[in-house]
Design a protein around this ligand. Structure first.
Ligand code: 3MF
Ligand code: MG
Ligand code: MG
Length: 344
């Protein structure tokens, strides 16, 4: 039996379009996704603001709250909680040059409007967590924006969110690049520094995504460990990634099994989840996947996570201790490999 609670976003079951080709699967209505998520054993759903309230720009603040309440009823029907709300700033014409760091004051105001509406939606859905994936916050052209100014803009925007709602928590999901060339907040280390510079560091933390750490050339388990040491790992986006390529959001563990094992290990050893944190997945089906297999990558990721959880439970800490004392890391490494290969 797993010790963890899992969450997932509706965007993780998608139509299969990519930058070079159209959709390959049909659209599934959000309520059908909720039903299936519950069946698969998920406890919570992650939202973009416009997953919860589609066409958000068309509504007044009161109408947005009303629509969010309707979405909450759909969640309740399947016994699901809402984990977080993330303003989907990268899709809007107002945010072509970024949101909080846009050169245009009007666009920055629009980004704050979306952030405030996301907080309102979070209230209605019953969560206190806002995730900021800063997709277009950075530069496409190095000389177009001062990184000093842009960093200060981010801190100012987060402070405004903290002031807007004295209970809300803001969680940055760092990514070094894509769709932007150079991002302003690329790693968990950056997130911790931003957190410390805000008016309430205890309410600003990080969401480590495995693939984003790999894109930054870092070890996801160590990034998780760093945030845990600071007491600021608010959620995770587990997935996998084949090296420093385009962002792949592969099923958890399918490319880097040992690294996946160590992510589960660091989460488990540090009682991640004991304050209600979810193990979030951010995985995407392959474009080739057929309609009838639209959820298989979620099932695979859960099964791999749980199998690795069992491996961590069996991990021989006495043997590890002996190896470490004798500086026999060769034996320790082989033991881990045997454990993963089913030979130990
Ligand atoms: C991009 C991501 C995003 C965010 C999501 C929530 C589509 O690389 O990881 O997933 O996690 O938008 O903010
Ligand atoms: Mg990602
Ligand atoms: Mg993500």
């Amino acid at each position: 039996m797993t010790k963890f609670k899992f969450s997932v976003g509706p965007w993780n079951v998608h139509e299969g379009a990519d930058s070079y080709g159209p959709a390959t699967r049909k659209t599934i209505p959000i309520e059908e996704k909720f039903k299936k998520f519950a069946e698969l054993g998920f406890s919570a759903v992650q939202f973009h603001d416009d997953d919860a309230v589609p066409n958000i720009n068309d509504y007044t603040e009161e109408e947005i709250k009303e629509k969010a309440r309707e979405m909450k009823q759909k969640l309740d029907k399947y016994g699901l909680k809402a984990e977080f709300v993330a303003p989907r700033l990268w899709m809007d014409p107002h945010t072509q040059d970024g949101g909080f760091m846009s050169i245009s004051q009007e666009d920055r105001d629009y980004a704050m409007w979306r952030a405030y509406r996301s907080i309102d939606i979070a209230h209605e859905l019953g969560t206190d967590l806002i995730v900021l994936w800063l997709a277009r916050e950075g530069t496409l052209c190095a000389e177009s924006k001062s990184p000093v100014w842009a960093t200060k803009m981010l801190i100012e925007a987060i402070n405004k969110m903290l002031e807007y709602d004295p209970k809300i928590r803001v969680c940055i999901e760092p990514k070094p690049n894509e769709p932007i060339d150079r991002s302003i907040c690329g790693t968990i280390g950056h997130v911790m520094a931003i957190s410390a510079a805000t008016i309430d560091p205890s309410r600003v933390g990080g969401n480590l995504e495995s693939a984003h750490a790999i894109l930054a050339g870092l070890d996801p388990a160590h990034e998780i460990g760093f945030a845990l040491a600071m007491g600021k790992l608010m959620t995770v986006h587990l997935n996998d990634q084949n090296g420093i390529r385009y962002d792949q959001d592969k099923s958890f563990g399918v490319e880097n099994l040992r690294a996946a094992f160590n992510q589960v290990k660091v989460l488990k050893e540090n009682n991640y989840g004991s304050h209600g944190e979810y193990v979030g997945l951010d995985v995407k089906a392959m474009r080739t996947t057929r309609d009838e297999d639209s959820y298989k990558h979620l099932e695979n990721s859960l099964n791999i996570f749980k199998a690795l959880e069992e491996k961590v439970e069996r991990f021989d800490y006495d043997f590890q201790k002996k190896c470490v004392e004798n500086r026999d890391f060769e034996s320790l490494e082989m033991y881990v490999m045997n454990l993963l290969m089913g030979l130990a």
